[in-house]
Design a protein around this ligand. Structure first.
Ligand SMILES: *Cc1c(COP(=O)(O)O)cnc(C)c1O
Length: 373
């Protein structure tokens, strides 16, 4: 049976190592801030190529901790893509800053640098809010155009928080996703490219001061020890058991899973042909294929395709059915200077199964059915 993401097969493949890692934690009962947490942070620093990794309770916390450390608050304009998971915008409003929804590039699904620069100049022109930060998202595993985004950030003196919740494992010009922000984040939600067995997240930065503050904020604003509280923080830690699972999964991700994902994506890209558009990976970019997403000509064609795949036992999902700026929760809370480009994507995208435990025969079954749509 073809699953959209097959965590059961992954567990079957890694069972001995994962069971061993969990039982090692059970033997010493260091459930909070145990040895595996530190080891995982060192491994992630090596993998991403940054000075500091700070694990935390989930990706949403990671985003809001980053916003807090960068001093984002009331009166600040924060530029985010209009096409992403809700959390990217949610954390902006949660600290009373104003989200500015920016159109994405239809071919890469990532924030459009030209639309971004236009939105920044419009906010400056209005003169009401202070442009403060950009939160580019590495959607579906593909890093955003970080080189251009960083140039724009420097030109207008903005901070960058890279939302790499879906981007872990991707890279551009040899540099890894989650290394491009003043602070970058990822999520270990089970279905993400590197997932744990519950909630989890991490922050990445080269800045020593940000790293120290983040380590403190995650543990009730601790100072020299946890009963010396020097700031108002929160409790946002990654459990030792989750870290132990992630150490096993990171090894599998590096050794086999990421290259398998790219092999499946290239089978798709070479063999899928029909009334749909395939995802584009620009020159110099490498995706971790959190999703493989087709675009159809209109909503009717997309919905019909989804139904037909379902009838043939091929799961497919719509990421995302609604533009961020149209979410009820943002009613009147954000700014938008675009032309509604995201709405077309919401009506026409369809993600088909991709995970490292798909067998070649299953990949060709999928190709076969999709080509008949
Ligand atoms: C999943 C996701 C998040 C949130 O991560 P959680 O760990 O679920 O809190 C944030 N941003 C994007 C783009 C995501 O896909």
């Amino acid at each position: 049976m073809i699953e959209f993401k097959d965590l059961k097969r992954q567990y079957a493949a890694l069972k001995d190592e994962i069971d061993g890692a969990i039982s090692d934690v059970l033997k010493v009962c260091d459930f909070i801030s145990g040895d595996s947490v530190r080891r995982l942070e060192r491994e992630l620093e090596r993998y991403i190529g940054v000075k500091h990794c700070i694990t935390c309770a989930n990706g949403t916390d990671a985003l809001s901790l980053a916003a807090e450390v960068l001093g984002i608050g009331e009166g600040d304009a924060i530029f985010i893509p209009d096409f992403t998971f809700f959390a990217t915008g949610e954390i902006v409003s949660a600290v009373n800053a104003t989200p500015v929804f920016v159109d994405v590039d239809n071919d890469t699904f990532n924030i459009s640098p030209s639309a971004l620069e236009y939105s920044i100049t419009q906010v400056i022109k209005q003169g009401k809010l202070k442009p403060k930060a950009i939160i580019p998202v590495d959607l579906y595993g593909l890093p955003a155009d970080m080189l251009r985004i960083r140039q724009i950030a420097e030109k207008y003196n903005l901070m960058v928080i890279e939302d790499g919740a879906q981007g872990f494992g991707g890279s551009t010009n040899g540099l890894k996703a989650c290394s491009f922000g003043d602070i970058s984040i990822t999520s270990f939600f089970p279905a993400k490219p590197l997932g744990c067995y519950g909630d989890g997240g991490a922050l990445f930065t080269d800045n020593d001061e940000y790293a120290n503050t983040l380590r403190s904020l995650c543990v009730h604003g601790k100072g020299s020890d946890k009963y010396d509280n020097v700031r108002i923080g929160r409790n946002s830690r990654l459990d030792t058991i989750q870290a132990a699972v992630l150490l096993v999964k990171l090894k599998a991700f590096e050794e086999t899973e990421l290259s398998k994902l790219n092999k499946i994506a290239s089978y798709y890209s070479e063999n899928l042909k029909g009334n749909f558009i395939l995802p584009t990976i620009p020159q110099g970019f490498y995706s971790s294929w959190a999703q493989y997403t087709l675009r159809f000509k209109d909503k009717q064609a997309r919905d019909a395709a989804k139904k037909k795949l379902f009838e043939n036992q091929i799961p497919s999902l719509i990421y995302y059915p609604k533009a961020m700026r149209n979410q009820t929760a943002f009613n009147g809370k954000g700014l938008y200077f675009g032309n509604g480009g995201t709405d077309l994507l919401c009506d026409t995208v369809l993600s088909i199964p991709i995970h490292p435990y798909l067998q070649d025969s299953e990949v060709f079954t999928i190709i076969n059915f999709v080509n008949k749509l």
